[in-house]
Write a protein that binds this ligand. Structure first.
Ligand SMILES: Cc1cc2nc3c(=O)[nH]c(=O)nc-3n(C[C@H](O)[C@H](O)[C@H](O)COP(=O)(O)OP(=O)(O)OC[C@H]3O[C@@H](n4cnc5c(N)ncnc54)[C@H](O)[C@@H]3O)c2cc1C
Length: 438
């Protein structure tokens, strides 16, 4: 069996129905690249019934554009680091992928470290790249103004812009909604840029680079966070309900930052500020984290295709009560490519980042047991989805079949049949996307 046989694309559908099917089979992560590729008059990201943002296509969507979307969408296509970016001296770990350097790291300035989600590595890199004029701008995400629980794409050209976007957005975030216009703009102005997004965003952008050579020409590097998945809008809503907070009255929501992880801070229209600790919000062992189905079958939460990936460094994956109050914040930096290494070395040299001790993939397994477990079980989960006759992402160079073979038969059967049953029970289904805007 190869990955292609697991795809299960349904034939005989019109192009707009094929796009709907990606949503209906719970594979859409809401990155928005399909809107940018098809044009907003043909595909538009909109708020839908389940509280997420989904693409709504009209009958003008051509088969050629839909084929291109299928080859780019991180719901249907996920690949590891492009071969041309793997150096002879790169190391390879079956769980953590290709790496050149792996070490503890944090932003040099205490204020940046404090403001950011973990230790400010991603913010520190963005600041370095802009202030050293290595790039003209950084495309990443900040808190959405219209939907305060969401993130939205933003372009940073100054220190102030970068700092304004620091912190993790755990709500839906269509970071790639305008990527084609961003490339048009960069090309016209002879600008280069760097990209920071989730591993899904990086997958989509790497896939899109195969169709549009400007990605590799103009985007000098792609950075990501190690990502266990975002909070499904229904999960946020039920948390707010238990706290008697009306989602419609929320005016701002900061998930993390101002410490590591820092408080989750929610402001409401009546001027009240509600603060929760990380463990209040996510639960002990992240048990309150309600993941969308797509995140439960994620084949790449570790940013396999990024130049640099940054993660948290708490043993066991969550802070203790003591850590959530006192941790200054330190990232693990997984440096995968020669460009990633150059950027990190230069940012350290220029005193934007501070390098700590070296790490090993075993340390990463200790910090991220949920990522290791998911990487090891995802192929069995794919098989369960396939058996239930739903679409499965086409994957390549993510080592997930190799890891599947390292598991016991019993482990794989449990994962496969559990997923199959959940699919058959309708837990991997979403309604055909319809805008809730009237
Ligand atoms: C959905 C989600 C799940 C995560 N799961 C894990 C996990 O399982 N394990 C783990 O170790 N860490 C996880 N993190 C990452 C962690 O919260 C930190 O983001 C990471 O350690 C980088 O920290 P930092 O201090 O360098 O980030 P910062 O310096 O605060 O910079 C964050 C950067 O990421 C960008 N950004 C934030 N959210 C988004 C988004 N949703 N889409 C696109 N760009 C965004 C911002 O624009 C900013 O440039 C997750 C983050 C997210 C958003």
């Amino acid at each position: 069996m190869n990955s292609d046989t697991l795809v299960n694309l349904q034939v005989g559908l019109a192009p707009y129905e094929q796009l709907n099917q990606i949503v209906e089979h719970s594979l859409c992560i809401g990155c928005g690249i399909c809107e940018s590729m098809a044009g907003v008059d043909t595909v538009q990201m909109q708020l839908v019934e389940n509280g997420a943002e989904r693409p709504i296509a009209n009958k003008g969507l051509s088969q050629q554009t839909m084929n291109e979307i299928t080859s780019v969408c991180p719901g249907t296509k996920i690949e590891g680091l492009p071969a041309k970016l793997i150096s002879d001296d790169s190391k390879l770990d079956s769980v953590w992928g290709v790496w050149q350097d792996l070490y503890l790291c944090h932003a040099a300035r205490p204020s940046v470290r404090h403001l950011s989600s973990t230790g400010g590595v991603l913010t520190g890199i963005a600041l370095y790249l802009i202030e050293s004029a290595t790039v003209d701008f950084v495309l990443h995400a900040k808190a959405s103004i219209e939907n305060p629980a969401f993130g939205e794409a933003c372009i940073s050209r100054t220190r102030e812009d970068v700092l304004n976007a620091a912190g993790s957005r755990y709500g839906p975030t269509a970071t790639l909604k305008d990527i084609v216009s961003v490339l048009d703009h960069a090309e016209q102005n002879h600008h280069t840029f760097a990209f920071i997004g989730t591993p899904c965003d990086v997958s989509a952008l790497r896939n899109y680079a195969k169709l549009d050579s400007r990605v590799d020409e103009l985007c000098i590097a792609m950075m990501t966070m190690v990502c266990g998945g975002f909070m499904a809008p229904s999960g946020l809503k039920s948390f707010l309900q238990t706290e008697n907070i009306d989602l419609d009255k929320v005016t701002s929501l900061r998930y993390r930052g101002y410490g590591c992880p820092g408080p989750t801070t929610i402001q409401t229209i009546d001027g009240i500020t509600h603060q929760f600790t990380y463990l209040d919000f996510w639960g002990e062992d992240d048990s309150a984290w309600q993941l969308p189905p797509r995140c439960k079958i994620c084949a790449d939460g570790i940013g396999d295709a990024a130049d640099i990936a940054a993660s948290d460094t708490w043993d066991g994956g969550s802070p203790t009560v003591e850590q959530q109050e006192n941790d200054l914040g330190t990232n693990a930096a997984i440096v995968r490519t020669a460009m990633g290494r150059k950027i990190m070395d230069d940012a350290i040299e220029a005193a934007y980042l501070v390098r700590g001790s070296n790490l090993t993939p075993d340390d990463m397994n200790r910090f991220q047991p949920h990522q290791e477990a998911k990487k090891r079980s995802v192929w069995a989960r794919f098989k369960g989805i396939h058996e239930a006759n739903q679409m499965v992402p086409d994957t390549n160079n993510l080592r997930i079949r190799q890891l599947h073979e390292e598991n016991t038969t019993e482990q794989n059967q449990t994962q496969q049949s559990g997923t199959q049953q959940r699919v058959l029970a309708g837990k991997f289904s979403e309604p055909t996307p319809k805008s809730i805007k009237t």
